[in-house]
Structures are given as structure tokens and as C-alpha cells.
Design a protein around this ligand. Sequence first.
Ligand SMILES: [Mn+2]
Length: 495
Amino acid sequence: MKFLHLADTHLGCRRYNLDERTKDFARAWFDIVTRHAIGRRVDFVLIAGDFFNSRLVDSQTMNHAMIGLQALRDADIPVIVIEGNHDKHDVVTDHSWLRSLSKWRLIKLLEPVDAEGNQHLAWDETERAGWYIDIKNARIFGSHWYGMSANYALPLLADALKEARDPERFNILMLHTDVEGQLGRPIPALSVARLKELRELVDYVALGHTHKRFELDNWAFNPGSPEWCSTDEYREERGFYLVEVNDARRATVEYIQDYAQRKLQRITFDVSGADDPEAMHLAALEQIKREACIHDENSDALAPIIEINLRGHLGFKGSLLNLNLLRDETQAHTRALHVMVKNQTVPVEYAVAAGLDANTTRHDRERRIIEDLVSRDNRFSTRATDIAALIIEAKRLALAQEAPEKIVDLIAARLDAETIDEAKIDDVKIDEAMMKKAAIDESKTGDHLTDEVITDELKTDDAMVDEPSADNVPPASDGVPANHTHPLISHLLNV
Ligand SMILES: [Mn+2]
């Protein structure tokens, strides 16, 4: 006995407003059906959810589905399907195209409970309903999309499987679910421990949902989607399984990727250092010409989709980048199906905290952002590190409900120390007026911070964003207003 296990075919997936991209999903599906299901004369095909990209199936998508399903019906190969989160039935009307296709004898949709709320066990060919079906020496169980309640549903499923499994057969469970550890997102996925509670009950778990290949214990298998649904999925392995089961109910599982797939090529160009838009454009184009795949229009291969990522610090305004020209020139040179240019550069006017990666701690990120903002002002650029530390310390004290006087004292003392240090270095006597001005300018820097960067932490008070002018320079002789309403202090206390 042998069968194909696919999942997440996502027929009807539309991207980049390109009809060809929608057809890619149909091409992959039809290639798998004709060359691998029919060509290898398998006994059945499993589709573990998300056969369609959406429960709202348009006519083109239904045609794509039917081409494959009719070919399989003509070859007498049953198609066993479960719902996925993308194509599950409508909760109000209970209708779904999968239920209709099942009634029309093109697929067998396995559901523990049908549209009328009836519980089912063995597949009834007339009723077109059932939770499990026997084909050759396999017993195949379906399941619903449990979403976030998978961890609660699994013990119930296990109890039901204990009753319904056939120890004489190769028991397969089809399951559309997230599995712990397979996604980089902190969402409540089905725990591996829960899944393994089924270990003694079923011989093969046919998973779907996560768009990348993974396997657990040579027992639970997730093939990934035959085509990539977003560029982020491109680097994941995708394909389907061909499973052969011998008379001793031992399975040999082969992973297959040989079918029509559209290639994505990513090219990254670092714009840092270029201060002339035209020179940058030419340099980018030169790299693209060096690295890009050139599509041969006489070959059978599908023309690739090319994604160009521009990264780094621009030395000029972002509006001077001619992204459309770069896209068109790349397209003309490579004859790609589609070229995307993603601008992830930082224009010179926002060049703050460059080079920090996702692993940078919040503390280091905040310190760098403040330091970079302080550095923009040439008057403070040489002591940006110290001033950034002072601002963070003052904020920390304010959040800790420290007395305003103490924060003022700290700022005054530090500014004094720094000013004196500078005076020593430069051998210039800094007068009191300069100190006052530095204190006020610093408060201005603080306001910029809240405007642009840490608005979630420090709420901007409109009254505090006034430009410092001769009028609002505090009159106090020590450089700090006597009533402790120094803008920076008030600001920090105003959280
Ligand atoms: Mn999916």
C-alpha cells in the first residue's frame, strides 16, 4: 500500500497581483497529481488541511482544484481531506466548498461531526460522512481544526482513538495544527508531549498547517506547503511525502520536492557609504547584474521572482532613490516574472541606532538611541555617551519616584563635572551662561527623544516641547530653575 501525504496546497493564493503566481499553486498541485499520484499509482492521497487558500473560492480556483480532482477520480485514486484554518466551513451557514466537493464525490472529507451536528464514526459512502475510513489496510482518521484549543482537544481525541483504532490496520491520523517548537512565534501550539500521547494509538500522523517540513520521531510528518505563500517562507523546505507501508505495517517515508515550483531569488545591496544617488543606483545595478539569475525564455523552467533588499544607511534623502527604475532595469536584464524592491534603508535624517540586531537588549537599544540623538547636535557629540547615561539615570530615578530635588542635584552635579572636565581639556574657562545653555539644550534633546523614540515610555507634554529661547532660559544663578520646573526634570517626572 502506498499513498501521498500533502498539506497546505493553498489553491487560489494570490500574490503581487500576478495571475501567474496564482497559477503556480495550481501548477504544483497538478504536477504532483499527475506525475506522483497517478504516475506512481498510489492507493490514496491525503490532504491535511488548507487545500484552498480561503473558504471563499473563486471560479478560477475551483477550476484549478477540479483539474486535479477529476484526474484523480478518473484514475480511481480516493482523495482524503480534512479542513484547515483557511478553508474550514462557515460557522453561520455551515457550508464549505470542501463539504460540497465531498457530496459531489470528488473528495472524502473526514469530520467527526458533520454539518447537521451528527456524530460519525466509519465513513458512509452514501451519506458522504465519517470520521474515519478504511482503504486497503489503512484506517485513516480525520479531525477538525482545533486552533488554540488543540492541547485540550487531544486527550478527548486520544480517548476516541482508543475505541476506534483497528490494531490490525495501519492507523493514520490527519491533523491540521501548530506544533510546539516549529514556529518562531510565541503562540499556544500543540505541545509535543500532548501529541506523543497518541504515539501508541496511531502509526502515522499526517500533519498540516506549518509551511515548512518537519518530522517527529519518524512518526509525525509535516510536509510544508508545495508553494511558498509569502517570501518569508521561501527558505523553508517544502514538498510532500510518498509513504509505502508493507504487510507488517512498517512505513517507508520518502520526501519529494521534484515538481513545478517557482524560484525566488533575494539580492541584498548595502547602500551605506554612498552619498550620490546616481552612483548608488549604478553600484546596485552592477551587483544585481553580477548575481541575478537570468531567465532563459526558451527553457521549460519558470521565470524566477526576484526580491531586491536595499539595506544600510543612506547618505541622502530617501526620496532621491529611484526604486521603480531599479525594478524595471532588473526586470529587463533578468526577464524575471516579477521584481520587488524592498527599501529597508535608513535615510540620513533618521540615522539612529544603526546596526543593532534583534538580539540587542531593550536597555542597550535605548542607550544607543539616546546617544545617537544627542550626537546629532555637534555641541554635545563629543560627550554623547555621558549625556545619554545621565538621561537614562534621570529617567530611572523619576520612574522610581525619586524626589525631584535629588534628580536636579544629580543633573547639576554631572553637568558641572563634565563641563569642568571639558574646561580642563580645552583649557578654556566655561562660564555660567554656557552651563545654563547646555542644560536647556539637553532638555530639548530629551523632548526629541520622547517625540521620536520612546513615546510609549515618556508621554510628551506639549508644554514641554517649546524651543528654548532667551525668554525661557531659567533665571536661576546655578543653571537650574529654583522652583524645579526645569523642562527636562518636569518632563521626566511627567510620566
Ligand atoms: Mn496553511
